[in-house]
Design a binder for this molecule. Structure first.
Ligand code: GZL
Length: 315
């Protein structure tokens, strides 16, 4: 056999062997710009995103925004430069995102909003939203409270991060629902920034200013409610008895406080949606249809059901 014929057969065999090699898909690369680490809810949400990525072999580039929008914007720019396959953003506030989302769009990298929404005139800047319905949570809290206190009460409100979708929506929904109950009045409202220390500090100030006239605390999240519980106890009052406390998130520690009678009600805002996010990323990249908005199921916990669920709570 001539050497030319031999060499060409060798090349052919090598080429066929290459074709037979299993093609090892490169791992999906996802950039996640998280708001920060302000609350137990946030920790649970971050853990869900990280553990699910690991389970699926996804290369997750995680950026902790440390409570600042500019850090999240910087992280998104970095994800674009690294040519990730998709960007997930939990926007700390609702506005100011268009320029950086336009950069991601120009780079052809899809953006999924999780947890919180944004305000934009250009709906093409993100593919979808996955999270909870904050307005519904505020309504559920208000309706539960009206029944609990017979439509009468002097309420102080611990607001979440100023400008954030959960703070805006939970405040709006609660106020809308209260319009049906003229005997329920919000006498003071201030941000504790979703932090436990913030909730305690603001509640201490409210107690100094309003004393025993306060009959209800409405907290936009459990970390602030638990801070308020500390402040109320340090003032010599009984949280859950002298002051009714209604909150949102349903973290395990708050449900335990419901069992202990220190918080009266917490409305769930489930943070464990890592699996849903990555399922959506996979569909998006495969060109399959996805829901524009996908709301997590949230339920309410009070003395009627908290003890029955506490053992099974995951966050
Ligand atoms: C709600 C989330 C809020 C939680 C807080 O989806 O954005 O931020 O209610 C968290 O606990 O800090």
């Amino acid at each position: 056999m001539t050497s030319l014929l031999f060499r060409s057969r060798l090349v052919l065999c090598a080429a066929l062997a290459m074709l037979a090699l299993p093609v090892v898909a490169k791992p999906l690369k996802v950039g996640f710009a998280q708001t920060g680490a302000e609350s137990a809810w946030r920790t649970a949400n971050t853990n869900s995103m990280k553990s699910e990525a690991e389970k699926r072999g996804i290369e997750l580039k995680f950026a902790d925004g440390q409570g600042k929008q500019e850090n999240q914007i910087r992280a998104i720019r970095s994800f674009v430069a690294q040519r990730v396959d998709a960007i997930v953003l939990a926007p700390i506030v609702e506005t100011g995102w268009d320029p950086v989302l336009r950069e991601a769009k120009r780079a052809g990298i899809p953006v999924i909003l999780t947890d919180r929404t944004i305000q934009t005139a250009d709906e093409s800047l993100y593919a979808c939203f996955i999270g909870s319905d904050f307005y519904e949570e505020g309504r559920m809290a208000a309706d539960w409270l009206a029944k609990k206190v017979g439509g009468k009460g002097s309420i102080v409100e611990l607001q979440g991060t100023p400008g954030s979708a959960p703070a805006n929506e939970r405040r709006r929904a609660f106020a809308d629902a209260l319009s049906k109950h003229p005997g329920l009045k919000i006498v003071d409202s201030q941000s504790g920034d979703f932090r436990r220390a913030g909730g305690k500090e603001v509640m201490e100030a409210f107690l100094k200013k309003h004393g025993r006239s306060i009959t209800v605390v409405y907290a936009h999240n459990d970390d602030m409610a638990l801070g308020a519980v500390q402040a109320i106890e340090e003032a010599g009052l009984k949280p859950g008895t002298d002051v009714v406390i209604v909150s949102i998130d349903a973290i395990k520690e708050a449900i335990q406080a419901v069992v202990d009678g220190k918080i009266n009600c917490t409305v769930e805002c489930n943070p464990l949606f890592g699996p849903k996010v990555y399922d959506t990323v996979a569909k998006l990249l495969a060109g399959k249809p996805i829901d524009r908005k996908s709301f997590n199921k949230d339920e309410l916990f009070d003395s009627s059901n908290a003890a029955a669920v506490i053992a099974s709570r995951q966050y």
